[in-house]
Design a binder for this molecule. Structure first.
Ligand code: PMP
Length: 390
């Protein structure tokens, strides 16, 4: 007993010291770090709508700051109901349900849909919220190598022999991957899943607002929305607000409402948050040029980075990683850039695989071509100073 305390917290300190020694301790840092910081490359507010005057004004139309109860008690307002209908229409699905966050949307649908006796085939790089949902469901979890359809087919074929008559299968992918900025070959994944009688879940968190007509996502761009039984997303990125989306059939919606604990036991989102997201949706529909504009900026940035001799990985979206490898080197590069006025975060394991630390640049409509050119030059300069490139 030390100082009247029975319990010691030394184990916490021990764990944290190990993280610190490995260059992996995380901290919540206030943004912006100083008034001098000019450009933010670590925001998922891709369309720069979060501070759009019309979006802010819409938020202020709310008559209550909170919804006051869970959705099934008295936390479903007309705002919730109307916005769910608008989202369903936008995503070209019979129904949509809003959850407390994108994280909760994924955990909701996965835990409601999967039983212990079912099998899920997930891309190795899917987001933590998808992994957590799968683990909570206790279903069999098969991981296939990132975007490797041969590997997926091998796993599906191998498991087919032992598939129980009522065993449900689910293939889980993201349309745009959050740390590499590359896309899943949905046009090939959808028929493969169908061939093995597996349902397909596509998380379009990073694609909504950017890809497809009026930002309806990659599945819509490919014209295969009807082959994606479960579509999930978030209101915290392009929509500039907060909340999660599950879209699919009317039955799927009823499943979430009746079976998903994160939906049932979480207080409904504040209506103002959804009024803001609703205004963003209106703006996305009115400005189909937003997505192409953003993707052109990202193209320009990748070209400029490559001119510097930097490696951008497989990115084909507004998410542009600059690959570094070593954790400490990634941190050092991020720190130098921050001092030079560019705010970008180093992304390290376990968020990304060991040995693939990187700077993750999120391009948004707040950036412009000249800024991206000078930023790429700055990254090149600092990377040379650190000996990362010649
Ligand atoms: N899915 C993906 C692919 C994500 O990158 C994120 C990210 N932040 C989420 C889901 C969770 O969304 P939210 O932040 O709204 O919880």
């Amino acid at each position: 007993m030390v100082g009247g305390k029975v319990r010691s917290e030394k184990w916490i300190l021990d764990q944290l010291e190990k993280l610190t020694a490995a260059g992996l301790e995380r901290r919540t840092e206030v943004y912006p770090p100083s008034k001098a910081t000019a450009a933010n490359f670590s925001s998922n507010d891709y369309l720069n709508l979060s501070a759009h005057p019309a979006v802010l004004q819409a938020q202020q139309q709310a008559t209550a700051a909170g919804s006051g109860a869970s959705r099934l008690v008295s936390g479903t307002t007309e705002v919730h109901q109307q916005f769910e209908q608008q989202l369903a229409e936008y995503l070209d699905k019979p129904a949509a349900v809003i959850c407390g966050a994108g994280y909760l949307a994924n955990v909701s649908i996965l835990t409601a849909w999967l039983r212990r006796s079912d099998t899920v085939f997930a891309d190795r790089l899917v987001h933590a919220s998808l992994i957590d949902g799968i683990q909570l469901s206790m279903a069999q979890h098969q991981r296939f190598r990132h975007n490797d359809l041969d590997h997926l087919e091998q796993l599906l074929t191998k498991r087919s022999a032992n598939r129980q008559p009522d065993e449900r299968w689910l293939v889980v992918v993201e349309s745009i991957y959050s740390m590499d900025g590359d896309r899943a070959p949905l046009e090939a994944i959808a028929p493969l899943a169908a061939k093995f009688d597996a349902e397909l879940l596509v998380d379009e968190a990073h694609a909504l607002g950017v890809f497809g007509p009026a930002g309806q996502g990659v599945a819509a761009e490919l014209g295969i929305t009807d082959q994606v039984g479960i579509l999930t997303g978030t209101l915290s990125k392009s929509f500039g607000s907060y909340g999660g989306i599950v879209a699919g059939s009317e039955l799927l919606r009823r499943l979430v409402v009746n079976r998903a604990r994160p939906f049932i036991y979480n207080t409904g989102l504040p209506p103002g948050v959804l009024l803001a997201a609703g205004e963003s949706l209106r703006l996305m529909k009115a400005h189909p040029e937003f997505g192409p504009q953003l993707l052109a900026l990202a193209d320009h940035f990748r070209t400029e980075l490559e001119k510097q001799g930097l490696t951008v990985g497989p990115s084909t979206s507004q998410i542009v990683p600059v690959m570094v490898g070593d954790n400490e080197l990634a941190l050092a590069l991020a720190e130098r850039l921050q001092t030079a006025g560019t705010f970008v975060k180093a992304i390290r394991p376990p968020t990304v695989p060991e040995g693939t630390a990187r700077l993750r640049f999120s391009i948004t409509l707040a950036h412009h071509e000249a800024l991206l050119t000078s930023t790429a030059e700055q990254v090149g300069h600092e990377a040379r100073q650190l000996g990362l490139i010649e």
